[in-house]
Write a protein that binds this ligand. Sequence first.
Ligand SMILES: [Zn+2]
Length: 268
Amino acid sequence: MHYKIKIWLISLCFLSPLTPYAFEINDGHIHYNQDVWPMLSPEQAINYLAENNIQRAIVSSTPTEGTEKLYKLAPGRVIPFLRPYRNIRDQFTFHSDPTILNHLKQKIDLGIYAGIGEFHLFEKHKDTVVIQEIMQLAADYKLAISAHSDYATILTLVNLQPNVRVIWAHCGMDHPIEDITQALKEYPNLFCELSFRYNMFDDDEQLRPDWKKLLEENPTRFILGMDTYIPRRWAALPEHVEFANGWLEQLSQNTRQKIARENINNWF
Ligand SMILES: [Zn+2]
């Protein structure tokens, strides 16, 4: 398909009328990456979040100027997180690249950022000096961390700086619930964002009993996330919000309110 037509079709998806949903939510995982800019202007992105009942969102972008554009327009709606990625390539090397630290310091000096992340870090690279320095920066500037990581790596991060709030993006994806339960008990600075955590549900989109119990027993430790990491996820945002509404409804009112909205409001 011709590129321009494709963009136009995707734009139509973005602009189609939206059904109002039951809950106002705060989102813990929005990206406004460069590949979506031609299809969705900053104004459209902000309006689109509002139309989908997303009151506030943790936003991070590659490059981070995407986040700054949204923040400038709607500082009350955007909670800026700083990615250690100046470009897409940095995603694979940042953990061992000391020049990333200068990039982070310069951007932190703007005074708008509430956290560092989302970054992708796995066991092989979890013990580098650069990672230790990034965690130290988070502690020094009282910034949260958002990490897409395996279990061993997330434990390293929460141990490195026990006073830094570490948000585990995707809550380990499909990592066993037993370990997550244990880690939440052991590390009060660990928190979970729930995008792509699909095995919380059975085939009828009902929360599995063990997950329902974990959420009800730890309502202050979980947040929602839509993870708009590619244009298609932006286009499908209404469906993702609707899906979240469906499972939030299965929780008690107190737990639902905390996960849907209050936790993020309390933190930032
Ligand atoms: Zn992400």
